[in-house]
Design a protein around this ligand. Structure first.
Ligand code: MN
Length: 187
């Protein structure tokens, strides 16, 4: 694993945070995605897709939409270890990403692009079919310069009125709110 997660590991002190180091632990199998709601210096949603042996990651300030007319800014961030898909808890004050992390949605996905995932990532044009608990159907990620856009594809799972970031705010892992995760993690 080592080199692939160098940036991830450099940013963190694993004696201070309970986030996985990526050096040990069982990796989840198959094509997984996770969307982590992250109440850090500003609230955002971290969208992560397994490509190869890492979770490719983007910070989406407004979160994903189910409305195909909404293009959501997705700022690429460092690759995360596969074990991160299960991480929910707090990152202590003073540490990188300090704040509360919730598993807002997760599940399997399929590549529906014309090329393999690694090539699609390099070209900046990814199309995936998500099978989450909250989100489903096709999503495209399109690179536009330094940043990317996350866009719902117009299919049977598209719904301009749903707005799940507002109406479904709880964890799919623990059914907890951000506030409950914060309180219970301090113990
Ligand atoms: Mn984040």
């Amino acid at each position: 694993m080592g080199k692939m997660l160098e940036k991830y590991q450099e940013k963190r002190k694993f004696e201070a945070t309970t986030e996985p180091s990526g050096e040990k632990g069982k990796s989840p199998a198959g094509n997984i995605f996770v969307i982590q709601k992250h109440d850090a210096s500003s609230l955002h949603y971290d969208f992560r897709l397994r490509i190869g042996d890492v979770l490719k990651s983007w910070a989406v300030p407004k979160g994903p939409s189910t409305d195909p007319s909404q293009k959501r800014l997705a700022v690429p961030t460092e690759d995360h270890p596969l074990q991160y898909a299960d991480f929910e808890g707090i990152i202590p004050e003073g540490e990188y990403g300090a704040g509360t992390v919730m598993v807002w949605d997760t599940g399997k996905f399929r590549n529906i692009g014309e090329k393999g995932l690694e090539d699609s990532y390099k070209e900046g044009k990814i199309k995936v079919w998500l099978e989450g608990k909250k989100l489903g159907g096709g999503y495209s990620l399109v690179k536009t310069g330094k940043n990317w856009l996350l866009i719902k594809m117009d299919d049977e799972k598209a719904d301009a009125r749903r707005n799940p970031t507002s109406t479904e705010p709880l964890s799919v892992k623990s059914s907890r709110s951000l506030k409950e995760i914060k309180q219970e993690s301090k113990g």
